[in-house]
Design a protein around this ligand. Structure first.
Ligand code: SF4
Length: 360
């Protein structure tokens, strides 16, 4: 459920061309897609399989894996056979890995124009992708722009990101390949916003939004959402990846929370938790985390409030389907703003299960 607001938070999505990532539509009238990337060595089948499953369960609609060596390429067929979620091959330096990934049956390629080598290499990859009907994302990164953009970077870094994407798209267009997406990434949110805006003014190619090397859980999520919210509110962006130096499952969860808050996707039931203060009578952080976990399966329009004392319980409970307000020894349970019952604290676990189950 989106937050209550009197005006739409986002202008209508920009019209972009649509691509198909292993049966998942992206761009055009498709919803903003959520994706992530594994952090395991792709050649480690068991570990990568486990992480892909976790990401798919969390809601990732496609998952990128690095294909950086022969072991990774050799493992791809087994990972694809799992069928959990379409896989995207991330290719740097070695365009032959792109050929191997296509032969294995990946749903999409990501190539980095700054390090994939000559235009001939790009053309060769495009021809192989066209044969398989597989789209390509041109993934432009500020940290790995080709040296020919050095002067432009010094004057206009966002312009250099856009120019690199435009040049690479021209190479693909020249061989008749138009099944493309782009990303224009930097670790500076302002540069990402500027580059993505400028690109959206000149092209209908769908955009993958991301702040690269965003950082640790809190810093990275905040920096990513700062940039993406601005762009999404302007109708720019067809898929998002929040890049974190943490468990990638957090990337998916954070992306859904962001899209839900902007009214762009259904997400999770909303758990309202008080920030706590000296009046607190319960471990609110642990309780809210437990409620969030239990509420994952609920419809996204449900609201549950968790209050650390009785002061704000009745007020917050008014706007919630289920309200929980802790007292010294007892806990008040509200249903749709009405006090439903008062229980002993040690009954809370069982009552939570019961009350949350009622909201399904
Ligand atoms: S609900 Fe109670 S514990 Fe939580 S912030 Fe308000 S006064 Fe403090």
């Amino acid at each position: 459920m989106s937050e209550p607001t009197s005006r739409p938070l986002c202008t209508p999505r920009r019209a972009t061309r649509q691509i198909d990532v292993g049966g998942v539509k992206m761009g055009g009238d498709a919803p903003v897609r959520v994706q992530s990337m594994t952090t395991t060595k792709t050649g480690d089948l068991a570990a990568t399989e486990q992480q892909i499953k976790e990401l798919a369960t969390a809601g990732a609609e496609f998952v990128r894996v690095t294909v950086n060596d022969q072991a990774a390429a050799d493992t791809l067929p087994a990972l694809i056979a799992l069928g959990n979620v379409p896989l995207v091959a991330d290719i740097h330096y070695d365009h032959k890995m792109a050929r191997a990934a296509l032969a294995a049956g990946v749903a999409k390629l990501r190539i980095n124009p700054g390090n994939i080598g000559s235009a001939d290499n790009v053309r060769e990859v495009a021809a192989a992708a066209a044969d398989k009907g597989v789209p390509i994302r041109i993934g432009v990164n500020r940290g790995s722009l080709h040296r020919r953009y050095d002067d432009l970077v010094a004057k206009d870094p966002a312009g250099a990101l856009v120019q690199s994407a435009v040049d690479e798209l021209e190479v693909l267009a020249a061989v008749g390949f138009h099944d493309v997406a782009v990303s224009l990434k930097s670790s500076a949110p302002g540069e990402v916003i500027e580059a993505c805006r400028r690109f959206a003014e000149i092209s209908d190619v769908p955009q993958h939004l991301g702040v690269t090397e965003a950082g640790t859980l809190l810093a990275g999520t905040s920096r990513s959402i700062a940039a993406m919210s601005v762009l999404l509110s302007e109708g720019i962006g067809d898929t998002v990846r929040i890049s974190l130096a943490d468990d990638p499952v957090h990337e998916v969860t954070a992306a859904y929370h962001m899209l839900q808050a902007l009214g762009l996707r259904e997400g999770f039931a909303r758990v309202v938790a008080c920030p706590t203060c000296g009046r607190v009578e319960v471990d609110v952080m642990a309780l809210a985390a437990k409620v969030e976990e239990l509420a994952k399966e609920l419809p996204s329009d449900r609201v549950i409030s968790v209050m650390g004392c009785i002061v704000n319980g009745p007020g917050e409970a008014k706007a919630a389907d289920l309200g929980i307000a802790a007292g010294k020894t007892k806990v008040a349970i509200y249903r749709k703003g009405e006090l439903h019952r008062t229980i002993e604290k040690d009954e809370l676990d069982g009552v939570l299960l019961e009350e949350i189950d009622r909201l399904r």
